[in-house]
Design a protein around this ligand. Structure first.
Ligand code: SAM
Length: 276
């Protein structure tokens, strides 16, 4: 066994955050209720509520493979991140390269859900004894915004805002950091819609900018507000290049700003590049 303790810690943490150490447990039947038609949703909500009064739960065993989970292709019931192991590996690589090569700045994720990817960034700072960088945690903590089709026509039919599954409160995310012993003043929360928080965020420089807001608006607002603050050789990571809205925003931004360097492929959805 040649691995150093910090490598083993971060490896174990990624498996824990993604819940891939354990089989995916069944989920309560009302967990993904927001994707169901209205009548079915109401019936299932009523059944789940009645059973809970009797301390009972009806659960659903989903047909999910280990590969689906490792590749971050599912909406997980219990994991603290949905980005899968390859994108967690990529995040660790970017953060550790920034630390090793002294690329200046803090780290941010825009769109954090239960906070797992940000928890990994904070853990990397601990593992490498870094005390002068912060992790910014930016989210509405209420899910995704309704489409603003006037400003962002690409989002016209976007349904992400209907999924309450994406609404995780700041309190829950703070509790998640706390459970891993990683909540302190090197973690800064930016609560609100990106269009309100990101343009005026109190950030000077970034070494890692990780975008995971799914929609055109969420991706474009984050790029427009934060890319100018990314250091040279800093990493811009895109979680959702498989989603048409996000992909279009990234392509538009890169074309408008003449960013021609190739994007590296992380997996079926993840991409990244280093700023020139
Ligand atoms: C797919 S989830 C992020 C997954 C997360 N990165 C992980 O590690 O599992 C998308 C998140 O982006 C947030 N979000 C998307 N668009 C937003 C916006 N315009 N303003 C604020 N939050 C937004 C949602 O609230 C949600 O938590």
């Amino acid at each position: 066994m040649n691995a150093k303790p910090e490598e083993l810690y971060l490896d174990l943490l990624k498996k824990t955050l993604s819940f891939t150490l354990w089989p995916e447990p069944p989920i309560p039947i009302d967990t993904l209720n927001s994707s169901r038609p209205a009548v079915k949703k109401a019936v299932i909500a009523a059944i789940a509520k009645t059973l809970r009064l009797k301390h009972l739960q009806l659960v659903k065993q989903r047909a999910i493979t280990t590969k689906d989970r490792e590749e971050g292709r599912i909406w997980p019931g219990y994991a603290d991140t949905m980005i899968g192991l390859r994108r967690l590996d990529n995040l660790q690589f970017c953060v550790e390269t920034a630390i090793r090569e002294r690329i200046e700045g803090d780290f941010i994720e825009t769109g954090v859900w239960r906070g797992g990817a940000c928890i990994l960034m904070r853990a990397c700072l601990v593992a490498h004894g870094v005390h002068d960088r912060r992790v910014y945690v930016a989210d509405s903590f209420e899910g995704l915004p309704k489409p603003d089709a006037g400003k962002f026509p690409c989002d016209k039919d976007d349904k992400h805002h209907t999924h309450t599954f994406f609404a995780v409160s700041q309190r829950e995310v703070e509790d998640n950091f706390r459970r891993y012993g990683l909540l302190d003043d090197q973690v800064v929360f930016l609560k609100g819609w990106f269009k309100d928080t990101l343009p005026t965020a109190p950030i000077e420089k970034l070494a890692v900018l990780r975008l995971d807001g799914d929609m055109y608006e969420s991706t474009m607002v984050a790029l427009t507000s934060l890319y100018p603050k990314l250091s040279r050789r800093g990493f811009c990571i895109i979680d959702d290049y498989a989603l048409p809205g996000c992909r279009q925003a990234v392509d538009d931004f890169r074309a408008d700003h003449r960013i021609n360097g190739e994007m590296a492929v992380v997996d079926w959805s993840g991409r990244y590049w280093q700023k020139e």
